[in-house]
Write a protein that binds this ligand. Structure first.
Ligand code: GDP
Length: 369
């Protein structure tokens, strides 16, 4: 383990709940990467926990937005109050379908979410849209950052679009999104859409926080199966071949058949459910309604056979362990004894004078003392 990892970890996890930074303003209110601009002043919560809770339960959009900001803050005082708020609203959470949506940039995820979202609102649903984009601190919100991409939806008071929390490692971004989902549910949002880009580890993370996972693809690249990792297909509960309009209808149908064949050889992502491939156009809206029907059948089937509830329970347990691991790691690398011994042990390991296992034991012994 080199220092780079440690530095990176510290940088990316400035607000770990176990870090003693009480009284330090992490600063948030929509200022990306503000955790690095630490100012030494007391953080005094602006609203009482009860005010946040009442606001959320009354679906007061302003208070809901503020509560999300509280969750996203890296200041310890904010994190502590956020946990109190969460504890109070927890009994009112859970009543939703959580849908994850992944696909390469340009596949049409935003357009799809807008077209589906508007339809759902017309049906009387309340729709919350979130994103998990750990790169957004660098790219300043590459997804959902530009709200004009969901113009109709962002104007509608029955929808709430929240861009990805910025300035953090995937673990931190995922925690914030998971907790934000609970707030939305307590406020009465019954369809939660979580978008993520189809690169790297973020699909696996989003899969672990949603009930239904949709992979959005486009046809016509000629290498239908090559651009997409097999692992991502295995996570999907449905595959949508988007942009099935105009000249693209035929290639989309071909792609559909090809993916259907490929799926024959894979385990379904959800027990008892057959992952299907569908075509749609997010611009003409052809096929969008049908895809919603698929999601609804999935929900009734998995609720009936108990898979839905079992997965959510399992997800909570996994999340607990992930948080413990993350925080233990932070504590370990912040430990004074470790920090002072690490360079020498690293050198010994690199020079071949200390066996790696012994080096690790040495560090862990110091940590336990
Ligand atoms: P994202 O990066 O996956 O969110 O993709 P966007 O939703 O931003 O879409 C990328 C581009 O594809 C935009 O220019 C959209 O207008 C276009 N697009 C999205 N869905 C469709 C579709 O169903 N048909 C066609 N023809 N274009 C689409």
């Amino acid at each position: 383990m080199d220092n780079h990892f440690e530095d990176q970890y510290k940088k990316e996890n400035p607000g770990s709940a176990l870090k003693v930074n009480r009284g330090v303003e992490g600063g948030h209110e929509g200022s990306p990467g503000s955790a690095s601009r630490v100012t030494r002043k007391k953080t005094k919560p602006k609203f009482s926990t009860q005010q946040y809770v009442d606001g959320i339960l009354a679906c007061d959009r302003t208070m809901l937005g503020r509560a999300i900001t509280l969750i996203e803050s890296n200041a310890q005082a904010h994190q502590e109050q956020a946990q109190e708020v969460l504890k109070d609203i927890l009994p009112k959470s859970g009543n939703s379908i959580r849908v994850g949506i992944t696909g390469v940039p340009g596949a049409g995820k935003s357009t799809f979410i807008e077209s589906l979202g508007v339809k759902l609102i017309d049906k009387g649903h309340q729709v919350a849209v979130m994103a998990v984009d750990p790169s957004s601190s660098v790219t300043r919100g590459s997804i959902l950052g530009d709200k004009t991409r969901m113009e109709r939806l962002s104007r509608d008071p029955r929808a709430f679009i929240r861009p990805s929390p910025s300035g953090g490692a995937l673990g931190g971004v995922a925690r914030k999104t998971r907790e934000t989902m609970l707030l939305f549910e307590a406020a009465g949002y019954d369809v939660l859409l979580v978008e993520t880009v189809g690169v790297g580890q973020s699909e696996v993370t989003v899969r672990s926080m949603v009930d239904f996972f949709l992979l959005v693809l486009i046809a016509g690249a000629g290498d239908e199966l090559q651009g997409i990792k097999k692992g991502v297909i295995e996570l999907a509960d449905s595959i949508l071949i988007n942009k099935a309009d105009g000249d693209n209808i035929q290639p989309a149908k071909l792609a559909r058949a090809e993916y259907e064949r490929a799926l024959h050889y894979l385990q379904p992502a959800t027990k008892g459910w057959r992952t299907g491939v569908y075509t749609a156009s997010s611009t003409t809206e052809e096929g969008i309604e049908e895809l919603w029907d698929v999601i609804k059948s999935y929900q009734s089937l998995t609720m009936e056979n108990g898979v839905f509830q079992a997965r959510r329970r399992e997800q909570s347990k996994e999340w607990l362990h992930a948080m413990v691991q993350e925080q233990l790691r932070t504590m370990f690398y912040r430990h004074k004894e470790i920090a002072s011994a690490l360079p020498e042990i690293e050198k010994g390991v690199m020079d071949g004078t200390i066996p790696v296992t012994q080096g690790a034991w040495e560090l862990l012994n110091r940590f336990q003392k």
